[in-house]
Design a protein around this ligand. Structure first.
Ligand SMILES: [Cu+2]
Length: 152
């Protein structure tokens, strides 16, 4: 047996108004002035790309009391455009000093605790370049402190 749902004209108007209010609310909340883009949308094609990194540390103890410690670039992987100048701004938070180089380039430097080190590099070839801290290259030296620069 068929059942018919009787909807009054007033109910339809109420439902349509509710949908409209919800839609307007969603649009308003998404366009809130307190948000900012996570990428630099305003950058012109010719501008350099700036990436901020910090040096952090993970620390832990095993059940038998051994301390584990590793230094990290944060973020550990960055994406950059081929042929566009990259300004890398690295802030030292954990660890006294981190002498580093970028594999496949002549870029090298030192990041010290509480200081920001700035290096500029332009990659002309696509690929993955490793940002390596010479002091913390391997597990035995509180590493691997290796970051990845993906050029595309
Ligand atoms: Cu290091």
């Amino acid at each position: 047996m068929l059942k018919f749902i009787v909807v009054k004209k007033g109910s339809i108007i109420f439902i349509l108004l509710s949908i409209m209010i919800l839609t307007l609310g969603a649009v308003w909340s998404l366009s809130s002035k307190n948000t900012y883009p996570t990428i630099s949308l305003s950058e012109k094609a010719s501008d350099k790309q700036t990436v901020h990194l910090v040096i952090g540390e993970y620390k832990s103890k095993t059940v038998d009391g051994n301390e584990l410690e590793v230094y990290r670039w944060d973020p550990g992987t960055i994406f950059v455009e081929k042929g566009k100048e990259l300004e890398l701004r690295i802030l030292g938070i954990n660890g006294a000093e981190h002498p580093f180089y970028i594999e496949g380039t002549s870029v090298k430097g030192i990041v010290k605790k509480g200081e920001e080190t700035v290096v500029n590099v332009t990659f002309s070839k696509e690929g993955t370049y490793r940002l390596i801290c010479e002091a913390h290259k391997i597990l035995e030296n509180n590493g691997p402190m290796i970051g990845y620069i993906i050029v595309d």
